[in-house]
Design a protein. Structure first.
Length: 668
């Protein structure tokens, strides 16, 4: 029996027949690579952009020793890197510095990638038919065994998780595909397949796809294990299919090799019903699984050729030649694609052109596939080491929120910051790469000087903009380092009608260090019926303000509170409150007079009786006495407020005088 690495590629879709491939970028410390080729689609698409320009030259960040050679591809989750080797061990290392956290010893080889799911690690041990083969479930934090399962045949590959079950294949005569309960390892079903099931299942909807060593592709019912249909890869007259299936949800991508000298391997794109779409065959034999992005697949062959192929047409886009066979699969990160070769090197290419950007030479042939997560690149080599590479200096952008809805004619804002990693300590200058027509924007400030600083991106959709969902690419640049973040802007047509704003009172005075409040109301005309967002256009220096609530309707007013700083210059300030909503805009002016805070203090006394009964339509008078201390000589402004809320409707207070001069101590 041949001892080959079993590489699993898995996909799960909610709708049979295809779905849209999406990739979401998240913060580096939150990213993971939980299984072979990252996800259940086995796209090889990383959650973060790892720019190879920032990786160290001719150096690694750390390497961790393994007992024996490793063909296992690492997975990364919860700050740990998990990988196996030929000694039968599965290791857990710290992703930060490579410190070994635990290892678990089995009775056979650990050749495939493990699977992380829900705090557990699942992996297969097999390859030597003279020793037991098992699938294990361990606690990911401690390495303690939760359950084990003994299948028929040799389990060599990376298991996958679907709907609460672990699905994997075995190599033997006969061979099987299994589904076992992820919680306890109990068998759910098993299905016999043709000689040597090297591939990992791919799941679309309720159908499981596997490819066998003889080139026979199976479609199996996920729920009962019954065979639905099959497809034979043509031209394989000798055993030759070792790779797994990858998919973008529309096509299945299958590679093969041939052991006949006059027959070469091929790449075939199949539909979900296993109908051939296109075929690519040039010079090589393939054992790796294609990585997939929005436009292309990326795969290497055993002649050392690495290809980018249009995933719709099967046409070759470019080719890069390594110096040895390529058995492992690739990882895609932004505009870059990473892979390794048996020439002992790890490569990073520009995925659009095939230009080599970075390489590192290990001391052994590399069969492993790279994992990109936690801000770094992880890969095992046959030199008995697990390698990690982190950027020497870089940063990524944080934008809140990641999407906004506005109307044509409105403005909105995004808050931007950056997080450094490695040794990055520079400034970041912001720009918007692809603004659509009739959209204006500004950054304030445009340059972030250090971590923790924030900038506000204000975008305005002019009235003539075409309503659409726009993808805005925010770019941060520091020297040669570039990070981007894409946000959505959903621009909708203007609504009918208009509105006006009013403020009560129209003017206020406030001492330095105190606050003033205004009530802002909105009146709608012509059927206007959407909330209006408020802002203070020109606040005085050294002040802060807030609206409660921030959006108003004809029936809901907002209280504008302006907090005056102790060092706000005294004097009158003509301020503008602006409201926008539904693509319409209105303003109202208010006057805030900042007064120097006098020294000393004063008291107010109401001459008895302080409780009065007033008939409707009547008037009542109170005498207000101002008692100043020896230091306070300032004027005193009087107002009437209710201790429990607004004054009752119809009560109109007047003071004579409303502001009591410094030499006067009585008002009425």
């Amino acid at each position: 029996m041949r001892n080959k690495i079993l590489i699993f590629a898995v996909l799960i879709s909610l709708v049979f027949g295809g779905f849209t491939l999406l990739s979401t970028r998240v913060k580096a410390e939150n990213t993971s690579w939980p299984m072979f080729m990252h996800d259940i689609q086995h796209t090889g698409l990383a959650d973060e952009v790892l720019d190879p320009h920032t990786l160290p030259l001719n150096a690694y960040s750390w390497k961790a020793p393994l007992i024996q050679n490793s063909k296992s591809s690492p997975v990364v989750a919860e700050g740990k890197v998990f990988v196996g080797d030929y000694s039968g061990r599965l290791y857990a290392f710290s992703a930060e510095d490579g410190t070994k956290i635990w290892d678990f010893t089995t009775e056979n080889y650990v050749l495939g990638a493990p699977l992380y799911n829900g705090g557990r690690i699942y992996f297969a041990s097999g390859g030597d038919p003279n020793r037991p083969t098992k699938v294990y479930c361990l606690d990911a934090n401690t390495g303690s065994k939760i359950w084990e399962f003994s299948p028929l045949g040799q389990a060599l590959s990376s298991p996958i998780y679907v709907n609460g079950y672990i699905i994997f294949g075995t190599v033997g005569n006969p061979s099987y595909v299994y589904a076992v309960d992820a919680t306890n390892g109990n068998e759910f079903w098993k299905r016999e397949v043709a000689y040597h099931e090297y591939s990992s299942p791919t799941v679309i909807g309720g159908t499981v796809y596997v490819s066998t060593f003889s080139g026979l592709i199976y479609a199996i019912n996920l729920y009962d294990g019954n065979i639905l249909f099959t497809y034979q890869i043509p031209g394989i007259t000798s055993m030759g299919n070792e790779s797994s299936i990858s998919t973008d949800g529309n096509y299945l991508f299958v590679t093969s090799l041939s052991n006949l000298p006059d027959v070469k391997g091929k790449i075939i794109a199949l539909s979900a019903t296993l109908s051939p779409v296109w075929e690519f065959s040039e010079r090589g034999n393939f054992v790796s699984t294609p990585a997939v992005d929005d436009t292309a697949i990326y795969v290497g062959d055993r002649e050392g050729h690495f290809y980018a192929i249009n995933k719709t047409t099967g046409q070759k886009l470019w080719q890069f030649d390594a110096e040895g066979p390529i058995d492992g699969s690739a990882a895609i990160s932004g505009d870059f694609v990473y892979f390794a070769s048996r020439d002992k090197k790890i490569y990073a290419l520009n995925k659009n052109t095939g230009e080599k950007i970075w390489e590192y030479a290990t001391d052994g042939e590399v069969y492993s596939s790279p994992a990109i997560a936690q801000g770094g690149l992880f890969i095992a080599s046959s030199d008995h080491y697990l390698y990690a590479f982190f950027p020497t200096a870089n940063f990524y952008l944080n934008v809140e929120p990641e999407g906004r809805v506005i109307y044509a004619g409105d403005s909105t804002t995004f808050t931007i910051s950056f997080t450094p990693y490695g040794t990055f300590a520079g400034e970041v200058t912001l720009s918007l790469k692809n603004p659509p027509n009739n959209l204006t924007y500004s950054f304030s400030p445009q340059t972030l000087e250090s971590e923790g600083d924030t900038a506000t991106l204000t975008v305005t959709a002019l009235p003539q903009i075409v309503p659409n969902v726009y993808f805005l690419e925010i770019e941060g640049r520091s020297g040669n380092l570039v990070a981007t973040k894409t946000v959505t802007l959903d621009v909708r047509p203007q609504v009918q009608g208009s509105f006006t704003l009013s403020a009560q009172p129209p003017q206020r005075s406030a001492y330095q260090g105190e606050s003033a409040t205004f009530i802002i109301t909105m009146t709608a005309q012509g059927g206007f019926n959407v909330p209006v967002n408020l802002t203070l256009v020109n606040p005085p220096p050294n002040t802060t303000f807030s609206f409660s609530p921030e959006a108003i309707t004809p029936t809901v007013s907002s209280v504008l509170t302006i907090n005056v700083g102790e060092n706000t210059p005294p004097g009158p300030y003509s301020l503008t409150v602006a409201g926008s909503g539904g693509g319409k805009r209105s303003e109202v002016n208010i006057l805030l007079t900042v007064v120097i805070m006098p020294t000393g203090d004063f008291k107010i006394e109401i001459v008895p009786p302080t409780s009065r009964t007033i008939t409707q339509g009547g008037t009542s008078f109170f005498t207000v006495k101002i008692e100043r201390d020896e230091i306070f000589k300032g004027d005193v402004s009087l107002s009437l407020e209710s201790a429990s809320g607004p004054l009752p409707n119809g009560i109109i207070p007047t003071f004579s005088p409303a502001t009591v001069p410094s030499l006067v101590d009585t008002a009425y």
